[in-house]
Ligand binder design. Sequence first.
Ligand code: BES
Ligand code: ZN
Ligand code: ZN
Length: 493
Amino acid sequence: MLNLTAADATRVATDLLCVPVCEDESLHAAAEVAALVKRIQSLPEFSGKKDETTLLYDAPETKARRILFAGLGPAGKVDAESLRSLAGRAVARAIEMKLKRVHFVVPTPEPLGLSLPEAAAALMEGARLANHIFDRYRKEKKHSPLNRIVFVVKKGAASRLKPLVTKVEAVCRGTLAARDWVTTPSNDKRPDALAADIARRARRSKLKVTVLDEAALKRLKCGSLLSVAAGSSKPARMVVLEYRHPGAKEKLALVGKGVTFDTGGISLKPPAGMEDMKSDMAGAAAVAGAMLTIAELKPALNVVAALPLVENMPSGSATRPGDIVTSYSGKTIEIGNTDAEGRLILVDAIAYLVKTAKPHAVVDLATLTGACVMALGERIAGVFSPDDRLAEALLASSGATHERCWRMPLPDDYRDFMKSDTADIRNLSSTRWGGAITAALFISAFVDNTPWAHVDIAGPASISKKGPYCGVGGTGFGVRLLCDLIENWKPLS
Ligand code: BES
Ligand code: ZN
Ligand code: ZN
């Protein structure tokens, strides 16, 4: 869908030519484009302010039916995210106008303080991610995505940027797969169905796939995971995905929370907003999406992923508050609240991978706590890790992808809040404060010495108002973060 061409921008025949414009600096070396921009900027209605746009029809100097001038604001304030947003908005507008083919003029990146690959990749990413519509539940499809999105670059740059197209396409495919899984309603992604769908996509991508069913999980003694699934009429699954590279020196383990719907269980959630709990499997979706991407990009790192999939329901067979369950690690857990279920499935999946795969590091992604959303809002994830290098690697990937993360503390004394009178540990803190931290500390009690990081994505996993390059529903948050982490992986010791 994405393409590159080294043409003269004024000569391309297209439905829409998008020209990024800065308020204060020229971004176009080609004289014809620069002249056109100058002419438009002399008009009172367009100066290139951020998010300002103007449309020009059938300009005699070009072969484009329409030119969309899109403002970026002052050059000094532009970053890769400004370009993702600009491209996303332009694609959304073209879809709205029912167009089929859009060309973007890739700007000279120097005034923006970016490299050409950085600028081009950002535009491609924003455009590709915006060119996606979740309408499989609508009989009447109102709009359809663009067929072709082409990036016009200067001569000589096209062949150099070609590998970037392949990379961005793969990363976006993984992200869009994750978005679709999250947006799918919970009646169509119960644990068995979601496991089958992930397994199908993963096999098609040539990943090694193992689906552990309820009997296998019982044999493995994943009592903590199974206790969450106990109330549902659909049994638990754990999908294990493996990617291997012959030149790999290290192995990374990924775990994603996959609660296909979180009612809270017997500690039932209040009805307002409960429908949002269809996104409680966004961690699993992000990890699965990232695995699909790396299967295409083939980085030199072995990666193994575990996706515990359960539905947290109240029923006559559901786990009760006060029950004590035995986890895979052998540690017993007193259930203080059946709504603190994410940590219960994560600890069995993490302990299983640490024991069987012996990874050099493990990273889990989970829509784990409302407290993390309270602390950081809906757009920023919390990163928890006792390992500074792993935390810094995640924060570096966060900066590169604009999947924003903020490091949170793991204070040792807060562990006391999870002491149980009857079991080894309790899944609920004795204080209502610092819930994101105590949840992370609970997980850490099951990880031993393997470097570990936990990313609480409860805020950014889904959105209820559309963004510049993401529609309402799942955001796929974490896919780009994990792909960047893997691409830039360095041994921790
Ligand atoms: N899935 C929720 C966390 C969540 C909340 C995700 C809001 C997305 C948006 C999780 O399982 C949960 O219910 N957590 C409880 C924990 C509490 C019972 C200790 C919470 O955050 O209130
Ligand atoms: Zn819950
Ligand atoms: Zn949950």
